[in-house]
Design a protein around this ligand. Structure first.
Ligand SMILES: *[C@@H]1O[C@H](CO)[C@@H](O)[C@H](O)[C@H]1NC(C)=O
Ligand SMILES: *[C@@H]1O[C@H](CO)[C@@H](O)[C@H](O)[C@H]1NC(C)=O
Ligand SMILES: *[C@@H]1O[C@H](CO)[C@@H](O)[C@H](O)[C@H]1NC(C)=O
Ligand SMILES: *[C@@H]1O[C@H](CO)[C@@H](O)[C@H](O)[C@H]1NC(C)=O
Ligand SMILES: *[C@@H]1O[C@H](CO)[C@@H](O)[C@H](O)[C@H]1NC(C)=O
Ligand SMILES: *[C@@H]1O[C@H](CO)[C@@H](O)[C@H](O)[C@H]1NC(C)=O
Ligand SMILES: *[C@@H]1O[C@H](CO)[C@@H](O)[C@H](O)[C@H]1NC(C)=O
Ligand SMILES: *[C@@H]1O[C@H](CO)[C@@H](O)[C@H](O)[C@H]1NC(C)=O
Length: 911
């Protein structure tokens, strides 16, 4: 026996103890069935015989392989199988030590046995939805496709298995090739975080098998002709599907189905007949009228009305046999468009209303593990923070994400990613001569580093675009697709993308790139700026008129903040890491961006933090100062964009960089990996309020913000300025009225020039008719302004030459706050508890930056947790009630209250 025969004997076995037996239920059994391969045996190709035909025979013994679920990268599989443990992997710099890259330099094998009972006139198809980076696929000893064709994380294909399947046990084997982000069309992380050890290699999305009769149909593409919502209106829906006749004879078929409307709306039936010639493929359209159309709205503006369509394809034989079926599929009636305004900025319109994008950039799990419940919580957090759009930069995730977005009213801005293979378009001077003025040929996308596209790359990009467009097409949550990120595709790639989108009846905006560096003729200017910042800038930055300041559409920008609170830090940082964090402001940190990134340290952030808030005295002091700085930063960004929504050069939208992190991280997030909200979260939440009064750090005035479509009437704003001892500097009440979806400058704050060391400014917006405060907002202000050196701006930052001074916060007179918890609803059906915390400042001085934290009896933070407000500053003798909702039992929960000048207390739970 040679070595490979020995291995074969070892790994193949003969008995096939774990193979599906002939009596196992078939994976699919009737025409119209489609099933996910329910799980896999996973192994490195270095630990299996190099005999793919042999390994893909039914009955091979793979009992020693790792058992994993239906979809997952190799690392996700190894985590699931217990080879790795993410608590350990994410701790300190363990990732570098534990999961060596070398393990992932060879292909990995995914193998599964399953039962089928094929019969005459039944056809079987294998559906892939993307395998990273590419794969060979074998069925029952035969190669179905090679990695020349099954390529790319988004390469979804259908393979005809009819001639390969057999009665009884069948076997499927996928050999997934290693991934290099610069060479392959994968899902990279660029500078976000260290790369997963396997670079995301593997069967990360489901693989399915379908059975049909002689004619098959594709999922519906849905087109609606709504232009502007009106009462009781009629809308036409066009359903498109691709019919394929596998048989060698002419057949008559009917598409027979129904649309289930939301209550109050009425839809006609789906019934149309077609004749197909032998082997014919044809796209057919079916028009259906809707009465009293129920319109789908983004969360803040209305209901998420959804229609469900399902149809069967019937053969006109003697008994009208079902030949295929579609899955029940949800869609919405709504209209989305975008235009480039006279400032060359992109603006979006949803259902005829100007839609200011208040968004953030999504980070998938580092190992691409998809947990629908987690994504639902992330979207709930987004809605709680007043965000209306999630940007997916090349991380299109799983189909369930779009269903969640539809149901929750979250708009999705999808697109391809920057800086690697995806942007490796080759330069042809002819292609770019029309639009390149400043950029020379050699500058175009060279910093992207991706291996330049060759002939064979265009079909891969095309397959990816077709597949993702098909998945996204019917979802009302789609706001647009960006075919480029940092750069725009060359003309040939643009054509490939546009043709694919057209083939999939894409009716939403298509945008050339997320930057203004150039554009292909076929698409025109992108109208989106990518001018930074990505690292710390002061609040007044956003009120400037350059770079990322609040005008136009900022596709990815932020002050880089997002420091987790102590409870989370201790989960992934060792004592040594924590000491470095506060003691060495310029240190390289493994849990910042990747080692080769500009953002591997916190030097810009820490310099500003220490200059403005004072040097960290200890870890606790450092973390508290970070929370104040982070709150200040996100609030200012969102407030400025909100306040300028209808300025003379309107702020049409912004995407905070980023929403969340792929792993436990120290920055670029609004809540941390463990779903604990923090300073950055509540700054965002305040800054995005539906109706809000905000302080403009440049004009030193108050703006009135309105993001609603229907809240109008008389409002009053109370503007109060006090010093650290609670002494009044100024106090004003302003009467005003508010208009939908717009903002305006109301009045200057008086007394700013009288601030000595520090002052607190409170803005309370009141609905005078309803006698209700609609927004309350407190700032800490310095007599000294932050001074920006705009001319020295880089792609990631604008330097500051002089800093505001908040050092007085380090020695405020202490305040005495009492707090009590009242349960509002304990343990509802779904296990949630709602409680109120009544706070009262018993002192003559302000109680500054009070943090409320819910912890369980083990001292762990309760997440997810929804506080109506947090990090609050109370006026002398002020009372305030905040509410909280979380999953759990109030009796098992302790509410902690602490603050800048308030001693920490733990509140007893109510009886
Ligand atoms: C992972 O490791 C942590 C810390 O060592 C341990 O507490 C946890 O139980 C482990 N998880 C699993 C699934 O083994
Ligand atoms: C992952 O991709 C990078 C290029 O982006 C490459 O340098 C690295 O070697 C790859 N890792 C593996 C395990 O192939
Ligand atoms: C819907 O279709 C009908 C019939 O084709 C047509 O008469 C009507 O104008 C269409 N309605 C709209 C709103 O386009
Ligand atoms: C799939 O394969 C079967 C068996 O060879 C064949 O009859 C059928 O036409 C094929 N389908 C398509 C769409 O090519
Ligand atoms: C449409 O709504 C109006 C007003 O609610 C109602 O009078 C009418 O009957 C509805 N039409 C249908 C077809 O349901
Ligand atoms: C908008 O862009 C076009 C070129 O695409 C340019 O001619 C025009 O001057 C720009 N307008 C503004 C206001 O910058
Ligand atoms: C913005 O809207 C407000 C309120 O409707 C209005 O007072 C203001 O004039 C608008 N600003 C601009 C530049 O149109
Ligand atoms: C926001 O606009 C709505 C709709 O007109 C209006 O009712 C509400 O009073 C406005 N609120 C503010 C603060 O402008």
């Amino acid at each position: 026996m040679n070595l490979s025969q020995t291995l074969s004997a070892l790994f193949l076995g003969l008995a096939g103890a774990h193979a599906a037996s002939n009596t196992a239920a078939p994976l699919v059994s009737s025409p119209g069935d489609i099933s996910i391969i329910p799980g896999w045996s996973l192994q490195s190709s270095t630990r299996a015989p190099d005999d793919m035909p042999g390994l893909s025979q039914p009955g091979v013994d793979v009992s020693s392989w790792h058992r994993v679920g239906p979809r997952g990268t190799v690392m996700a599989g190894l985590l699931q199988a217990g080879v790795f443990n993410d608590t350990e992997l994410f701790y300190s710099d363990n990732l570098n030590q534990l999961a060596s890259e070398t393990t992932f330099r060879s292909p990995w094998l995914y193998r599964e046995d399953f039962t089928l009972n094929p019969s005459d006139n039944q056809y079987f198809v294998l559906h892939t939805h993307g395998i990273t980076s590419k794969a060979d696929i074998y069925v029952n000893g035969e190669r179905i496709v090679t990695s020349d064709d099954q390529q790319g994380s988004y390469g979804g294909h259908k393979y005809n298995l009819t001639d390969y399947v057999k009665d009884g046990t069948n076997s499927l084997l996928i050999r997934a090739y290693p991934t290099n982000y610069l060479r392959d069309f994968a899902l990279g992380f660029v500078d976000w975080n260290p790369y997963p050890s396997d670079n995301g290699t593997g069967v990360w999305r489901n693989v399915e098998i379908s059975q049909t009769g002689p004619v098959s149909m594709s999922p519906f593409r849905v087109i609606t002709d709504l232009t502007k919502p009106d009462q009781n209106q009629k809308v036409n829906i066009t359903l498109k599907t691709d019919l394929v006749n596998h048989a060698q004879k002419t057949v008559q078929v009917s598409v027979n189905g129904a649309i289930t409307p939301p209550p109050g709306s009425k839809v006609g039936p789906i019934l149309r007949s077609f004749e197909l010639k032998p082997g014919e493929s044809r796209t057919v359209s079916i028009k259906v009228g809707v009465e009293n159309a129920s319109v789908w709205w983004p969360a803040r503006w209305g209901a998420q009305s959804l229609y469900t369509v399902q149809a069967n394809l019937l053969l006109h034989d003697t008994s009208m046999t079902v030949s295929d079926k579609t899955r029940a599929q949800e869609f919405g009636i709504r209209q989305v468009s975008s235009y480039v305004n006279e400032h060359n900025d992109t603006a979006f319109v949803v259902n005829g209303q100007q839609f200011q994008v208040m968004g953030a950039g999504y980070g998938p799990d580092m190992f691409m593990r998809f947990d629908e419940r987690r994504v639902e919580r992330i979207f709930r957090y987004m809605l709680d923070m007043g965000l209306n759009t999630v940007r997916l930069e090349g991380k299109q995730e799983q189909p369930e994400l779009y269903e969640l977005a539809d149901r929750m009213g979250m708009m999705v801005l999808a697109g391809w990613e920057c800086c690697d293979k995806w942007e490796g378009w080759d330069v042809s001077p002819i292609t770019f001569s029309h639009h390149l003025t400043e950029l020379t040929e050699s500058q175009y996308n060279d910093d992207a580093q991706g291996v330049k596209w060759g002939e064979s790359d265009y079909p891969i990009a095309q397959a990816a675009m077709l597949h993702e467009a098909e998945m996204m097409q019917a979802h009302p949550s789609m706001l647009g697709f960006l075919v480029g990120s940092d750069y725009w595709p060359n003309d040939r790639a643009t054509e490939v993308y546009l043709d694919a989108l057209k083939d999939m009846d894409w009716k939403n905006p298509i945008i050339a790139s997320a930057s203004k560096r150039g554009y292909p003729k076929a698409l025109g200017p992108s109208g989106m700026k990518m001018d930074g910042p990505y690292d710390w800038v002061p609040p007044n930055y956003w009120y400037g008129d350059q770079e990322g300041a609040a005008f136009g559409f900022g596709s990815e920008l932020g002050a880089g903040v997002g420091t987790p609170e102590m409870g989370s830090l201790k989960k992934f940082m060792s004592d040594g890491d924590l000491e470095t964090l506060w003691k060495e402001p310029d240190a390289k940190l493994f849990h910042m961006s990747r080692y080769d990134s500009q953002f591997f340290d916190r030097s810009i952030y820490n310099k500003a933090l220490f200059e403005r808030y004072g040097k960290a005295q200890d870890l606790e002091d450092y973390v508290l100062k970070c929370q104040m700085a982070d709150y200040e930063a996100t609030r200012a960004q969102y407030e400025a964009y909100s306040a300028k929504q209808n300025a003379s050069r309107p702020a049409t939208g912004s995407i905070y960089w980023m929403l969340n992190s792929a792993w436990p991280n120290l920055h670029w997030q609004l809540f941390d990996y463990y779903l604990s909200p923090m300073g950055a979260y509540f700054g965002t939440k305040v800054g995005n309020r539906l109706e809000h009064a905000a302080y403009d750090y440049e004009k030193k005035s108050v703006s009135l913000i309105n993001h609603s479509l229907d809240l109008k009437g008389d409002r009053e704003i109370s503007i109060d300025l006090i010093d650290a001892n609670g002494k009044k500097i100024s106090g004003t009440k302003v009467k005003t009225t508010t208009m939908p979806n717009s903002s305006k400058d109301v009045q200057e704050v008086s007394g700013i020039d009288k601030i000595k060391d520090i002052a607190f400014l409170r803005l309370v917006l009141r609905d005078t008719k309803a006698k209700r405060d609609v927004s309350r907002n407190v700032y800490w202000l310095s007599p000294k302004a932050d001074v920006l050196d705009w001319d020295e701006s880089t792609w990631y930052n604008t330097p500051v030459t002089d800093y505001a001074d908040y050092k007085k916060l380090q020695n405020l007179p202490s305040a005495d706050v009492t707090a009590t918890v009242q349960t509002v609803k304990a343990k509802t059906k779904d296990g949630w508890t709602y409680a109120d915390v009544q706070l009262e400042n018993k002192s003559k001085v302000p109680a500054v930056f009070l943090r409320l934290n819910a912890i369980n009896l083990d001292g762990a933070e309760v997440t997810p947790v929804f506080w109506s407000d947090n990090y609050l500053t109370l006026w002398p003798n002020e009372k305030l009630r905040v509410s909280v909702g979380f999953e759990g039992d109030i009796k098992q929960t302790v509410i902690e209250v602490s603050g800048r000048n308030v001693k920490k207390q733990s509140l007893k739970s109510p009886k």
